[in-house]
Design a protein around this ligand. Sequence first.
Ligand SMILES: CC(C)(COP(=O)(O)OP(=O)(O)OC[C@H]1O[C@@H](n2cnc3c(N)ncnc32)[C@H](O)[C@@H]1OP(=O)(O)O)[C@@H](O)C(=O)NCCC(=O)NCCS
Length: 350
Amino acid sequence: MLGSCTRGVASGRIYLGGLRPANSTLATRVPGVSKRPARTVLLFFLAEHMCLELLSSRGFIKLLSTGECQSGARTVLQLLAFTMPPPPLLPCLKFVVLGGTALNEDTMKDCAVLFSNHYGIWGDEASVPLTAGSRIKMSVRKLRAEVLPDPTNGFVSLCYADNTLVGQAFATRWAFDGASTVPPWILCTVLYYNDDTGGRVCWVTQLVVSSEHRQKNIATMLLLQLAAAQPNCTAMGLASTHPASCLALTKAAHVSMLHLDLSFIQQHAKSILATSPVCYIRTARLRGSLFEKDGDPAVVSLANTEYFVDHAEPRAALEKWESRSSSEWPLGKLLSGHEFFVVVPLNPPR
Ligand SMILES: CC(C)(COP(=O)(O)OP(=O)(O)OC[C@H]1O[C@@H](n2cnc3c(N)ncnc32)[C@H](O)[C@@H]1OP(=O)(O)O)[C@@H](O)C(=O)NCCC(=O)NCCS
């Protein structure tokens, strides 16, 4: 059938018979395209022109509408399918999870480049030597120190599109204090320490997806991979200015943002922070109605990390989510220098 023929369209132009420049991705992806005989190419060319002629003829449209030209209609539909642009080519995505100690220098360099080119820009309140409007950058050394401080308990989920790194999610896991769930008589036992009664959190220390590949569920997939690689973790969390990263987290943990368990965040946030090996999390100050009695009631769950990134993109994403879901963002208002603070339960170990 003509409609199933391989077609090439660039800038609205049809490449005859599906032929494209020799070095194009499609030409290399579809074996046999370039072997199409010249006669067939000529046939497609004529067919395309005939199709346009037929469509512009009022007589033909009349015939089509009265059903008197069934075979002609079929031919035209086939030709129309042939001239319609093909679905966009999807890159071949590959996901990999690596332990922190298995990360070599080359991969770290790729991660630093992806972050520096795609993470975001500094906001107006960023202080000297940072410049408002300039890209937020990170060297390999800073990356290791900030997002992988404990390599033996650190890991990364990477996404490659046609062998180019397009997404990364760094995480560190640690046991957080389960004291609030342990009865006081157990606490009296001075030597008591049992890792299994407390929680274990998988904390996402950095999440970034290349701007060309966003809104294709890559962040969600990266976090799903992380969660799957940590079956013993009871919670997963992150601090981010971007609602999309919070949404990716809830999706990866199979919970709905509309039914986010705020009491879970309230219950565990302080102990997660206090026990964190990740410096910017350990020193962050919790803000919002979940943690403070006084204060702006519109602020629900934030961490003050003094990270003055530009909020234009997160704000637009938030407005989009609120209008799409006809709901208020459960984590409340975002303040300058703050990030949304979200923790969700993961399936406890059986
Ligand atoms: C945040 C970020 C990682 C999201 O990556 P992504 O691959 O586009 O995310 P996903 O496609 O998995 O989308 C997850 C959810 O967010 C939504 N979303 C993603 N980008 C959005 C946007 N710009 N506006 C509105 N919603 C958006 C998606 O629709 C999806 O929700 P849904 O399943 O309810 O439809 C990416 O935008 C990014 O790298 N931003 C810059 C860096 C940053 O802010 N990182 C977070 C700091 S930890």
